[in-house]
Design a protein around this ligand. Structure first.
Ligand SMILES: CCCCCCCCCCCCC/C=C/C(=O)SCCNC(=O)CCNC(=O)[C@H](O)C(C)(C)COP(=O)(O)OP(=O)(O)OC[C@H]1O[C@@H](n2cnc3c(N)ncnc32)[C@H](O)[C@@H]1OP(=O)(O)O
Length: 298
């Protein structure tokens, strides 16, 4: 297999990104690596490889420990996706994880703890943009879910076109457990996969499905042993790419149109809700307790 790194993507991972610092009033330009709260540097957090023969890229999410979606990380993913979209030879992207037993633990909760209004607003807009990009991309997208896939993690997997998961992990929307509510566009993309009632009760309870239940419901398409997830994702991608790209993409656009129209008309109101609610004392308290409970389980 001929693998090469995407030079362009490597460059973009070290790029200057204009984001407000957590506790500053106005945006400043800094290398994104200076802003990351992760144990990994920004350059290590996202790795892209490209296989010229299959015309498929792999996006490895490696923001340790749990691929928490920080503003910088979402920005990196977004830039990388855009570059891949613009790379004419690239037909598909597999999203995989470099974190042990975790595909993605969702939003980096630190982004919502005592945030500045400026950063909070940019954070949410960037997340909305990344979701839209992934949900509508011309590329065939496959999520290789080698571990837990929670809330914002499920945002990524449910925006893809196909999902392969390892057994004995959890997937779903648990936002209520943090005292918050998943945005309507994320709920819609899960509802598109598992239907109204399963989405409603799991959302209200904050229930996370086992891999096996997720397969039964259609939240994932295959469950295979953990060490075979990426291989299976590659095999499934090859099969999907036998369908002509433009017809496949047009079919996807047709099926996702209602969700996209609803998103576009509601995104401003959704942003306002997020920036108004998150700083509220009651929500801050619940988020704080949740983070404490994560730490104290050790
Ligand atoms: C009332 C009206 C309200 C209206 C409000 C409307 C607006 C609000 C809209 C908001 C919508 C948000 C949509 C999306 C939300 C999210 O994604 S929130 C995040 C949800 N995710 C989780 O709950 C997952 C939490 N993590 C875990 O359950 C576990 O970590 C794990 C993934 C199962 C892995 O377990 P394990 O391998 O045992 O690792 P840990 O030891 O638990 O974790 C390692 C360290 O990582 C830290 N961490 C874990 N998850 C996160 C995270 N999401 N963000 C930041 N940090 C995280 C964890 O605390 C550990 O840290 P250390 O103790 O410092 O090592």
């Amino acid at each position: 297999m001929t693998m090469r790194s995407f030079g362009l993507i490597r460059q973009c991972c070290n790029a200057l990104v204009r984001v407000p610092l957590a506790r500053e009033k106005s945006p400043v330009s800094l290398p994104i690596s200076h802003l990351s709260r992760s144990l990994t540097t920004a350059a290590e957090a996202l790795k892209i490889t490209y296989d010229e023969k299959s015309e498929v890229a792999t996006m490895h999410l490696c923001r340790k420990p749990v691929n928490g979606l920080s503003l910088e990380f979402i920005t990196q993913i977004s830039i990388a996706l855009e570059k891949l979209e613009n790379e004419r030879s690239c037909r598909g992207v597999i999203i995989s994880s470099g974190c042990d037993n975790v595909f993605c633990a969702g939003l980096d909760i630190n982004e919502m703890l005592r945030p500045t209004p400026e950063r909070l607003e940019i954070f949410w807009k960037t997340l909305q943009d990344m979701w839209l990009q992934l949900f509508t991309t011309r590329l065939m997208t496959v999520a290789a879910i080698t571990g837990h896939c929670i809330a914002g993690g499920c945002l990524i997997s449910s925006a893809c076109d196909h999902r392969v998961m390892a057994p004995n992990f959890k997937i779903g929307l648990n936002e209520v457990k943090l005292g918050i509510v998943a945005p309507f566009w994320l709920v819609d993309s899960v509802k598109n996969l598992i239907g109204y009632r399963q989405t409603e009760w799991s959302l209200m309870k904050g229930h996370l499905f086992s891999s096996e239940d997720a397969l039964r419901l259609g939240l994932v398409d295959k469950v295979v042993p953990q060490d075979q997830v990426v291989l299976q994702a590659e095999a499934d991608m090859a099969e999907w790419l036998q369908v002509p790209d433009s017809a496949r993409h047009l079919s996807k656009t047709l099926m996702r149109r209602d969700t996209v129209v609803r998103f576009r008309s509601g995104r401003e109101a959704d942003l306002k809700t997020f920036v108004n609610y998150i700083p509220k004392e009651s929500i801050q308290k619940t988020l704080h307790s949740y983070v404490e409970s994560l730490k104290s389980k050790k």
